[in-house]
Design a binder for this molecule. Structure first.
Ligand code: IPM
Ligand code: MG
Length: 367
């Protein structure tokens, strides 16, 4: 009997539905070739859900996710919903509750700069020649995003806003184990980023990383202060492999790393949870970029980030490393053949639409 993977599909807003259509087509073709089955159920999320139901994350959508083994997420948000109170806006009202609800504590954002696309990087050619891949592992359910107390109040005639940074040892331990294990499967090099010269949180972070490091003696670990890390990524991106950091630092640094690759439309992400269903590990998979309302509906968006999110899902939630590798090589092959969407186009390459890029990748799945 072929394995069946149950997936909640939340395409969302902007370019979400267009790139999702291509990613699903790639997934279905890959399923035929690798002989697994997919059971997909679509739900509304973000602005699309607000328009239909008044809520960015309706109960039905959450129930669909509950009944699935993974969530394939598009993107949410757009100018249409920017005037809503911040807590009702698509990004905050859909993404953050999903992360918290499913305990999605580990966010993996690979910053991949393929050799053929290194010219897209804003860095000097000698710094990125041959491309690079840095995997940013960001803690996603702790720190300033969720710490209590949080809020705004009046005190002695003045408005005060409070966010609280909290980490428990167990929260640092679980992300540390994951980071070391992933580093073991790659170049055995891990950089941990903190602000241990100022923050109590970072003193705890650093001591836990050091403690866990003794369990993984084959991984070389270094510690960088966050301000220094921001510089080193630009100075020498090719010297990094896996980076692990807390929530807010990871939010900022993962955008910096994405920018260094020059093509955010290429970058997927995985948010892994604690739930395990048999062999399957629950996770949410989405492009690193946003809903790009300026090009939505034009058929020009790059579907690669969404397609590579499917590959990450197959690898991390369903343990299908071969299928993931098949999709990843189909993407590199398509790039090598010179096909480019507008965001990554350069002289002498072949400009294609979202759909054409999707079908080219599909064709390259047969090997
Ligand atoms: C991200 C985004 C989110 C975050 C926003 C939309 C809440 O910037 O996924 O990086 O800050 O985590
Ligand atoms: Mg961000």
């Amino acid at each position: 009997m072929a394995l069946t993977f149950k997936i909640a599909v939340l395409a969302g807003d902007g370019i979400g539905p267009e790139v999702m259509a291509e990613a699903i087509a790639v997934l279905r073709r890959c399923a035929e070739l690798e002989e697994f089955r997919v059971d997909l159920s679509q739900s509304l999320v973000g602005g699309a859900a607000i328009d239909e139901t008044g809520k960015a994350l309706p109960e039905d959508t959450l129930a669909n996710c509950e009944q699935s083994d993974a969530i394939l997420f598009g993107s949410v948000g757009g100018p249409k919903w920017e005037r809503l109170p911040p807590n009702e806006q698509p990004e905050r009202a859909a993404l953050l509750p999903l992360r918290k609800h499913f305990n999605l504590f580990a966010n993996l954002r690979p910053a991949l700069c393929l050799p053929e696309l290194s010219a897209a990087s804003p860095l000097r050619p000698d710094l990125v020649q041959g491309g690079f891949e840095i995997l940013c592992i960001r803690e996603l359910t702790g720190g300033l995003y969720f710490g209590q107390p949080k809020g705004t109040h009046e005190e002695r005639g003045e408005t005060i806003a409070i966010d609280t940074m909290v980490y428990r040892k167990s929260e640092v331990e679980r992300i540390a184990h994951l980071a070391f294990q992933i580093a073991q499967s790659r170049k055995r090099k891990l950089v941990s980023v903190d602000k241990a010269n100022v923050l109590e949180n970072s003193l705890l972070w650093r001591s836990v990383i050091k403690e866990i490091a003794s369990i993984y003696p084959d991984v070389a670990v270094t510690h960088l202060l966050v301000d220094n890390a921001a510089m080193q990524f630009i100075r020498a991106p090719k010297t990094f492999d896996v980076v692990v950091t807390e929530n807010l630092f990871g939010d900022i640094l993962s955008d910096e790393l994405a920018m260094l690759t020059g093509s955010i439309g290429m970058l997927p992400s995985a948010s892994l949870g604690t739930r395990q269903h048999g062999y399957y590990r629950f996770g949410l998979y989405e492009p690193s970029g946003g809903s790009a309302p300026d090009i939505a509906g034009m058929g020009v968006a790059n579907p690669i980030a969404q397609v590579l999110s499917v590959a990450m899902m197959l690898r991390y939630s369903f343990g299908q490393n071969d299928s993931a590798a098949r999709i990843e090589s189909a993407v590199s092959k398509t790039i090598k053949e010179g096909f480019r969407t507008k965001d990554i186009q350069s002289e002498g390459t072949h400009l294609v639409s979202t759909k054409q890029m999707g079908s080219q990748i599909r064709a390259n799945l047969d090997r």
